[in-house]
Write a protein that binds this ligand. Structure first.
Ligand code: NAP
Ligand code: GDD
Length: 342
C-alpha cells in the first residue's frame, strides 16, 4: 500500500519541493490550495495532471482559517502523514496584518491537531510542523534546540505558539508530532518579496537591461541560508523516526544580506562600488546607482543574527545539506536569467 501524505501550503516554495520528493518516494500526495483570484499553482503545475486520469497528486480547496474545511479534508483523505507548511510566512508583512498572521500561522496549526484528535486518528497520522529560526529572534547564535525563544515579529510569535501547541498535543494525546526548526532556505521557487529572490531578480534584470534600480532595507542582517530541496528532505526524515522529536535544520554558516549581493554580482560579472552610510548607502555600477536603501523595508523590530547548530539532526537523522550558499545563488541566478529571457 502506498503511503498517503497531506500537505498544507502545497503551493508554496517548500510545498512544491516536498511534493516532488514524496512522489519520488512513491507516496500518494494530496495538497491543500487556497481559492485565489489569480493562479497560485505555478510551482506545482509540472506535477499536476488532469484529475480524471490516474495520478498520485491531488489538489483540494481548503483554508487553515476554516476549522471545518481542515477537518473534512483530513477525514476524507485519511493521510498517514500531514505536513503543515501553510502560513502567512512573510515577517515584514506580519507587522501589517498581525491578527491574520496569528489566525493562519498559529491557530491553523491548532486546527489541524484538533481535527486529528476529533477524528480519533492520533494513532494513524504523523504530523510535521514548519517551525522557524525566527522563533529565536533576539537570542544569540549559534541557536540550537536548547536556545531560548525570543521572537521579534508577530510571525515569530505565532510560530512559537505553533511550536508549543505541537509539543502539548504530542505529550497530552500521544500524537506523533514533530517540530522542524528550519533556518532560512531559498531556491528558484522562493517568493519574490524575500530578500534573496528580490536581489537575484533585481540584479539579473539590471544586468540584462544595462540599467535599473533595486531598493532594499537592512543590508547588515545576518542569516543562515540553505536550499529548500535539502530542507524538505529533513522534514520527511523526521517523520520516519521511531520517536517524534524536534530538530534544528541549518547550514551552520552565516552571511550578511550585503554579502549575498556580492555573491550575485560576482557570478553576473558586475563590478559594483559602495558609497555612503545608513539610509544613504548605495551601490554603483557603470557610474549609475543600482541599489539604494528604502526605510520602508526595515522592520519595527529586526532579527539581526541567525546561525543554526544542527548537530542533533545531522547525527540522529543522518541529514546533511548538499548545497551551499554559492551553489544556491548560482542556481537561482541561472533560473532567473532563463525566466527573464523567455
Ligand atoms: P511560502 O512560499 O510563503 O508558502 C506558504 C504556503 O502557505 C503557500 O502555499 C500559501 O498559499 C499557504 N497559505 C497561506 N495562507 C494559507 C491559509 N490561510 N490556508 C492555507 N494555506 C495557506 O512559504 P515557504 O517558504 O514554502 O515555507 C513553508 C513553511 O515553512 C511556512 O510555514 C514558513 O513559515 C515555514 N518556514 C519557512 C522558512 C524559509 O526560509 N522558507 C524557514 C522556516 C520556516 P498561497 O500560495 O495561496 O499563498
Ligand atoms: N524581505 C526583505 N526585503 N528583506 C530585506 C530587504 C528587502 O528589501 N532588505 C533587507 N532585508 C533583510 C530583512 O530585514 C531580514 O533581516 C533579511 O533581509 C531576510 O529577510 P527575508 O528574506 O524576508 O527573510 P526573513 O529572515 O525575514 O524570514 C524568512 O526566513 C524565516 C526563517 O528564519 C521567511 O522565510 C520566514 O517565513 C522564515 O520563518
Amino acid at each position: 500500500m502506498k503511503k498517503i501524505a497531506l500537505i498544507f501550503g502545497v503551493t508554496g516554495q517548500d510545498g512544491a519541493y516536498l511534493s516532488k520528493l514524496l512522489l519520488k518516494k512513491n507516496y500518494v500526495v494530496h495538497g491543500i490550495k487556497r481559492r485565489s483570484s489569480s493562479l497560485n499553482t505555478q510551482r506545482i503545475d509540472d506535477i499536476y495532471l488532469d484529475p480524471h486520469k490516474k495520478t498520485n497528486f491531488y489538489l483540494h480547496y481548503g483554508d487553515l482559517t476554516n476549522s471545518l474545511s481542515v477537518l473534512k479534508i483530513i477525514e476524507k483523505i485519511k493521510p498517514n502523514e500531514i505536513y503543515n507548511l501553510g502560513a502567512q510566512s512573510h515577517v515584514g508583512v506580519s507587522f501589517d496584518v498581525p491578527e491574520y498572521t496569528a489566525n493562519v500561522t498559529a491557530l491553523g496549526t491548532l486546527r489541524i491537531l484538533d481535527a486529528i484528535l476529533t477524528l480519533k486518528m492520533q494513532k494513524k497520522i504523523k504530523f510535521y510542523q514548519a517551525g522557524t529560526s525566527e522563533m529565536f529572534g533576539a537570542s544569540k547564535p549559534p541557536q540550537s534546540e536548547k536556545t531560548l525563544f525570543y521572537p521579534r515579529s508577530p510571525y515569530g510569535v505565532a510560530k512559537v505558539y505553533s511550536h508549543w501547541i505541537t509539543i502539548n498535543y504530542r505529550e497530552a494525546y500521544n500524537i506523533f508530532a514533530c517540530n522542524g526548526i528550519l533556518f532560512n532556505h531559498e531556491s528558484p521557487f522562493r517568493g519574490e518579496t524575500f530578500v534573496t529572490k528580490k536581489i537575484v531578480t533585481g540584479l539579473c534584470e539590471i544586468f540584462l537591461k544595462g540599467s535599473g534600480k533595486l531598493y532594499l532595507g537592512n543590508l547588515y542582517a545576518k542569516r543562515d541560508w540553505g536550499h529548500a530541496e535539502d530542507y524538505v528532505l529533513a522534514m520527511w526524515k523526521m517523520l520516519q523516526k521511531k520517536k517524534p522529536m524536534d530538530y534544528v535544520i541549518s547550514s551552520g554558516k552565516q552571511y550578511t544580506v550585503k554579502y549575498f549581493i556580492h555573491i550575485v554580482c560576482k557570478k553576473l560579472g558586475m563590478k559594483i562600488t559602495w558609497k555612503g552610510k545608513g539610509l544613504n548607502e548605495r551601490a554603483y555600477w557603470k557610474n549609475k546607482i543600482i541599489i539604494s536603501i528604502d526605510k520602508r523595508y526595515f522592520r519595527p523590530t529586526e532579527v539581526t543574527s541567525l546561525r543554526g547548530d544542527s548537530r542533533k539532526a545531522r547525527k540522529e537523522l543522518k541529514w546533511k545539506p548538499r548545497h551551499n550558499i554559492y551553489s544556491l545563488a548560482s542556481e537561482m541566478i541561472d533560473e532567473e536569467l532563463k525566466r527573464i529571457k523567455t
